[in-house]
Design a protein around this ligand. Sequence first.
Ligand SMILES: [Zn+2]
Length: 275
Amino acid sequence: MTNRFAVVLTFVFSLGLATTSGCATGGSVGDRANRAAADVLLPPRQEEDLGSNFSEQIASEVSFHPSESVQSYVNELGALAVESARSRGDVPSGINFEFRVIDNDETINAFAGPGGQIYVYTGLLKRAGSAAEVLSVLCHEVAHVTERHIAERLVAIYGLEALKRAALGDNPGMLGNLVTSAAAQGFMLKYSRSHETEADETGLTYMLGTGYDPRGFIQFFELIQQQSGPRPPQFLSSHPFPEDRIANIRKRLEGRGNLSDTSGAERHKQILQSL
Ligand SMILES: [Zn+2]
């Protein structure tokens, strides 16, 4: 059993590597089919189980930032994003969000794991100019979870058959191991561009419910734009071009009067002293 399990795991892992690079422009029809499959094969409660396995794996490979004030700052902003999503009825039961700060100044990034685990790097916090910018990133990541993109990607990468075998097989730990393999590929699943656009748009609706300036989205993408030299930062590698994202957000904010101008810049500046 163990040997057969190892063979299957190696197969799906290799398939994953080949598929992720080819999926950057995945179409919406495929996305819809994958989402339907994800809902059946990976219900939110099961995704939550995968999440605890995933977070153990992450915890063994990164250092978390020791400052309690930094962690509670991110918790506080994360809670605003989650509350806004919840008020729209978007948070499936079984998903419990958790936010962690990874101590790595070189990485301007954030990512979501299965089941609502969201990680943000100190490199992102240090370069962001306000709480609104950080919150926009958290809203985007919360949207990846509520839109079930992670479950969809697992189905897309590993294939329905492999997941079905795992879900129905007599080895209940296998799905967890699949996720651990996903983590080993570089922590995050690569989303399609349509997923990224969807997470921006849904994330923006969450942001509008938080009381913070939704233009934090634009300011953050402008920051990413400035950071991208000849070699784009990691954040760009799986994401659409920032100028397209800025244009899309601007279009969606057009004609909306009374946008909040609360940026939380002062609060952010205070937190920077603990980083
Ligand atoms: Zn994203």
